[in-house]
Design a protein. Sequence first.
Length: 311
Amino acid sequence: MDLLNDLFAHHGLLAVALAVLLEQLGAPLPSTPVLLLAGVEGATREGFAVRAFLAATAAALLANGLWFWAGRRLGRRVLSALCVISISPDSCVRQNEASFARRGVLTLVIAKFVPGLSILAPPLAGALGMATRRFLGWNLLGSALWAGVSIGIGRVFHEQIDALLRALSRLGSIAVLLALAALAGYLAWRLWRRAVVRRELKRFERVAPSDVAVLLEQGRDIVLVDVRAAAPGLPPTPRLPGARHLDLGALGEPALAGWPAAGEFITYCACPNDASAVKAAQWLKAQGRQARVLRGGIEAWTAAGFTLETT
């Protein structure tokens, strides 16, 4: 307890900024507990809560701005890089795409409150072509709201949090071991779930872009299905010729109204491990459709030299 008090007394703002920056850059280290502690410290130090709020907001804006720039420059390829540092990148991509499809720019406001949405929302916004001013404005709102709520909760409940910290302090090294064991268990479970999801994704049947092109040339009854996010207010993105859009955020029987009842459906996305395309194909199969996944998505299609269309 004394060590924690000394840390916040001398390096409180640095601890807040560094914790937020690392989490928003993709490190699997939650910064919310640090913001709660900043709120506790703010209850006894005049002006500390405001300074911590500004430090947390600035750190979040810096990290998010870097990911937005990476998404703008590299497109959805940057999502593949995030797979290396994210514990559950496949589900994160699906959640972000579904959220952008339903809420558009409001996703940036709620992203930091929803596990799995925060890290991929900025680069996906850049890849979707969101205007820089628009991103900065909505991201500032979301970052400030998240930092303010977290620090505010810590300040309101500072007595309860302080009592909890004192109880943990009495436990000494046992409390540290329990915290480390809980963190290790959480990370192990998430990594195990990631491995399970990856195995399921790899087992799903895929078809190469060249094979799809041959089927189209032969006049086979093929329905190309684009499951990438089509967010309200964002510019349209190029797609495979004749492809239909399927909203992952609104899957249900009405989603197929007016669609062919027969033929083979081939889904594609621009996401790690074709995760969104696999989810859509699994749902289509559950609706009685024949479905496969375009291996490598739209990037593999363009890399093979095939054309796209813009609507």
